[in-house]
Design a protein around this ligand. Structure first.
Ligand SMILES: Nc1ncnc2c1ncn2[C@@H]1O[C@H](COP(=O)(O)OP(=O)(O)OP(=O)(O)O)[C@@H](O)[C@H]1O
Ligand SMILES: [Mg+2]
Length: 462
């Protein structure tokens, strides 16, 4: 019962029903028009002819007297045209015409009459319907002029019956088709609902059923599946990040605990002090890691895009270079920069400086091939509608297959395990780029790495 109601409530069925009503109305209008134009008009035409004939005979009677009208009626009566005539006397006695007697219709007035008519047809007799006009002529004569309208009536009946059956068939087919279509539709919607229930119940690998017909339901299912894929990969990434965070925090915390325990066991004041000092250091590093994670999350969420202002990136480059030049020299290397003014971007000064700092930090840490000193160059330029800031070194570089994953949180390549770090630097850079609608491009510097920040150029008028 409920299933049937559900079926009738589907939008497909409602649409089919609406369509059906429209169809029925237009079919009725069309057939009605045909009916009017054939049966009704034909009948009217017959009436007109009869009326004209009556008029002509009455004129004849007036002009040529009884003889004239009898002549004409006798002449016309022998035609096999389906016309009926009768001229009768006062008592209804036949004088002329092909009707044997006055039809049994009590009327003195001039009026339309219909009566049964026996017609000779080959072997037997048939009963037809005649329609005639009955009028009284001066002198008490009765004149009846009419036509056998059997064929006309049959034709009208056929047309009426056709209209009825056509409507009935259209209704049955439409209703059946609507139900069938709705059932199919409902079955597929039910399948999608069922699939989403199992997914909600925890089967994240489940997907919406796709028929392959590429209709709107299929497209909906495909879109939902894409969304589910996306959610699944995001959830996977999140799981990985949380397990990475847990892992990366566990190590320093374990170290702190071990150190504090050892100090407590030793009982010496100097050991206490040393352990506390190193705990403070370690806590600072932990805080820095947390801050980096939070900054990445904030940048990736794009929350602070409203706070972006037009600024000249060359000034940021100059600031960061000023900070890092002494460090490069201390390591025995060089840092050269070339950034003309006018690199206008819509940005957050602090985040962009942080991104650049992270790139310099990497270039210093990994930019020196073994046995040599870091040679770092930074350049800023405009290319089309982009501002490109490139930090290049001559170190070991990053293999093409690793360039995608080094921007993920906590990813560090095996070759860099000897250097300190959490693997969060490039994640923050790429988060900052996302916030600025830019990209971080890692390329080969033959040898070394060319890390490029590609940002949209901001024009004063845009
Ligand atoms: N200039 C570079 N040359 C070679 N390898 C690099 C360079 N920059 C980054 N890498 C590789 O990419 C990894 C990820 O870099 P990222 O800056 O994200 O982390 P990190 O430098 O290891 O740690 P953190 O920046 O958090 O202190 C590095 O561990 C290193 O293996
Ligand atoms: Mg780094």
């Amino acid at each position: 019962m409920t299933a049937r109601i559900k079926l009738l409530r589907t939008s497909t069925f409602r649409l089919a029903a609406l369509y059906l009503i429209l169809f029925a109305v237009s079919v009725s209008a069309l057939l009605g028009y045909v009916y009017w134009n054939t049966a009704v008009l034909l009948e009217r035409q017959t009436d007109d002819t009869i009326r004209a004939e009556v008029q002509a005979l009455a004129d004849q009677y007036r002009l040529r007297g009884l003889r004239g009208i009898i002549d004409t009626i006798q002449r016309r009566s022998v035609d096999e045209s389906g016309s009926v005539y009768l001229l009768a006397g006062v008592e209804g006695v036949r004088i002329a015409g092909n009707l044997t007697s006055l039809p049994d219709i009590p009327t003195d007035e001039a009026s339309w009459i219909e009566f049964p008519l026996d017609v000779e047809r080959g072997s037997g007799r048939e009963r037809h319907t005649a329609r005639a006009f009955h009028t009284n002529l001066a002198g008490g004569f009765n004149l009846v002029v009419g036509r056998d309208v059997e064929a006309l009536r049959q034709f009208a009946t056929i047309i009426r019956r056709t209209i009825f059956y056509a409507l009935a068939i259209a209704l049955v087919l439409g209703l059946g088709g609507g139900l069938l279509m709705s059932r199919n539709f409902l079955r597929r919607v039910d399948a999608i609902t069922e699939a989403s229930r199992t997914i909600m119940a925890g089967n994240m690998a489940g997907r919406m059923p796709v028929q392959g017909s590429n209709d709107e339901l299929d497209r909906l299912a495909l879109a939902l599946n894409e969304m589910l894929d996306q959610i699944e990969s995001l959830m996977g990434a999140m799981k990985e990040v949380s397990s990475n965070v847990a892992h990366d925090l566990k190590t320093p915390l374990t170290r702190i605990k071990a150190r504090v325990e050892a100090a407590l066991r030793s009982g010496s004041e100097d050991e206490y002090r040393a352990a506390l000092e190193r705990t403070v250091d370690e806590s600072d590093r932990l805080l820095a890691t947390f801050n980096a994670l939070l900054s990445i999350a904030r940048a990736e969420a794009g929350q602070s895009r409203g706070g972006l202002v037009a600024l000249d990136a060359s000034t940021i480059i100059a600031d960061v270079v000023e900070l890092y030049e002494p460090m490069a020299e201390e390591a025995g290397g060089t840092l050269v920069s070339e950034a003309p003014a006018g690199l206008t971007v819509l940005g957050d000064r602090q985040l962009l400086a942080q991104a650049l700092t992270n790139l310099f930090d990497n270039a210093l840490k990994y930019g020196a091939s073994p046995g040599s000193t870091p040679q770092i160059s930074v350049s800023g330029r405009i290319e089309g509608d982009k501002v490109i800031i490139s930090v290049n070194d001559h170190g070991v570089g990053i293999a093409p297959e690793d360039r995608g994953r080094v921007t993920e949180r906590f990813v560090r390549l095996d070759s860099s395990r000897t250097e300190p770090g959490n693997g969060l630097g490039l994640s923050l850079v790429s988060g900052v780029m996302k916030l600025h609608k830019g990209t971080l491009v890692l390329e080969d510097n033959h040898p070394g790495l060319a890390a490029k920040l590609v940002l949209p150029l901001h024009r004063a008028d845009s």
